[in-house]
Design a protein around this ligand. Structure first.
Ligand SMILES: Cc1ncc(COP(=O)(O)O)c(C=O)c1O
Length: 393
């Protein structure tokens, strides 16, 4: 489907103010998302928080159905969370990992996940092993296959890393983990909303993502998918009386669905916004979204290469809508601030967010831009012109 960019831009209030090219940070929300959030907040103000949740129950229950559709999952396999990290931690810390258990991760692993591995290495004695990259800079599936000749307790990787356009071969990893019967936790935080995602095709057991990035949802939202066969076998690391009703003085009973990872209290207005964002993306179609966003990112890459002293830092044979780069003589942080004064929003990626990859490739803090489908060729042109005009040191 061809996207009607003019209409989509008109439905995006932020585009009247900024040239926003950082969907991998926190994308611009479309008006229906804003309306869903403010509508619920206004209802809470008018009739009370509990009462608003009751009135909106059908809509709020529908958020699980929408997220499930987005992932090719069942609603019972979805837990709604306050961010991707909380979702990821719920999955990771529920796993009974013990001394000597091997956890295999990728070179471009995200900092929040890696420090959790380090904590469990310190606390539980797990052994962290890093799957090497292939010659393109993506996770090497052949190396993973060899590493799984010895038993492993978990394969846990990031699909699209925080620091660039790399798309790790998540489905090929799933094929291998299924063959070896090893649990597979996939951080899809930066993939969801910019490309089609299907948990059955991916073969993952757990998948986590956020609302605020390419999905265009509000900040403070995220979700966890857990494969249904695993739900009943999984005891969350922390529970409350929603996850596990207190059924007798000496007993609780875990919920039968993925919501055993949730708490009783929630930001219902943000959940309504997340649901609206997912529905908006599904209406447009994830194929159309990725065609457009990835096309704009490729245009940006081509234009950047025309700038003297510019270097692209995206690894892998296939690149998504995230573009990482440096320009000789431009300090990244300073550049972001200067561009913001011109109404152009991009960001930086610092080595501590993907330390293994950054140290391996000798990457300092770099610039990061991520166009979404609502951006235009002109938006890209304005960014490139602005970069060219900045004084170099
Ligand atoms: C790859 C990756 N995973 C996880 C996260 C964490 O997402 P959240 O901030 O919603 O917890 C991020 C955020 O930048 C990320 O880039």
């Amino acid at each position: 489907m061809n996207l009607d960019i003019t209409t989509l831009r008109n439905q995006t209030p932020g585009l009247g103010t900024v040239n926003h090219l950082l969907a991998s940070g926190s994308a611009l929300m479309p008006q229906p998302v804003v309306d869903a959030i403010t509508g619920h907040i206004e209802l809470e103000a008018r009739i009370g928080g509990y009462e608003a949740a009751a009135v909106q129950q059908q809509l709020l229950d529908g958020v699980y159905t929408s997220v499930a559709r987005l992932l090719g999952a069942a609603p019972q396999e979805i837990a709604l969370m306050e961010n991707a990290t909380a979702a990821w931690c719920q999955a990771f810390y529920s796993l009974p990992l013990n001394k000597g258990d091997r956890v295999l991760t990728c070179q471009a692993e995200y900092a929040a996940n890696y420090v959790a591995y380090l904590q469990r290495a310190k606390r539980d004695g797990i052994v962290i092993e890093v799957i090497p990259n292939d010659e393109t800079g993506a996770l090497d599936v052949n190396a993973l296959e060899s590493m799984l000749e010895k038993p492993a307790a978990l394969v846990s990787i990031t699909w699209v890393p925080t620091n660039g356009g790399l798309v790790n071969p998540a489905a090929a990893v799933g094929e291998i983990t299924r063959k070896h019967n090893v649990p597979y936790l996939l951080d899809a935080c930066q993939a969801v909303g910019q490309m089609p995602v299907d948990v059955r095709e991916l073969g993952c057991d757990y998948l986590t993502a956020t609302g605020r990035k390419f999905l265009r949802g509000p900040r403070g939202t995220g979700f966890l998918y857990i494969r249904k066969e695993l739900i009943e076998k999984t005891e969350p690391a922390m529970i409350d009386h929603f996850a596990a009703p207190w059924v007798a003085k000496d007993r609780y009973q875990l919920r039968p669905d993925a919501r055993r990872f949730e708490n009783w209290e929630n930001a219902y207005a943000l959940r309504a916004g997340l649901g609206a964002a997912v529905d908006y993306a599904l209406d447009l179609g994830l194929e159309s979204i990725s065609d457009r966003a990835w096309g704009l990112a490729n245009l940006l890459r081509a234009e950047l290469l025309q700038i003297k002293g510019a270097t692209l830092c995206d690894a892998g044979a296939q690149n998504c809508a995230i573009v990482s780069f440096s320009i000789d003589g431009l300090d990244p942080q300073d550049t972001v601030v200067k561009l913001r004064t011109k109404g152009i929003c991009i960001g930086t990626s610092d080595p501590a967010s993907t330390r293994l990859d950054a140290e391996d490739r000798g990457l300092p803090t770099i610039l990061r831009a991520a166009p979404h489908y609502y951006n235009t060729e002109e938006d890209i042109g304005h960014l490139v012109d602005a970069l060219k005009s900045l004084p170099r040191s």
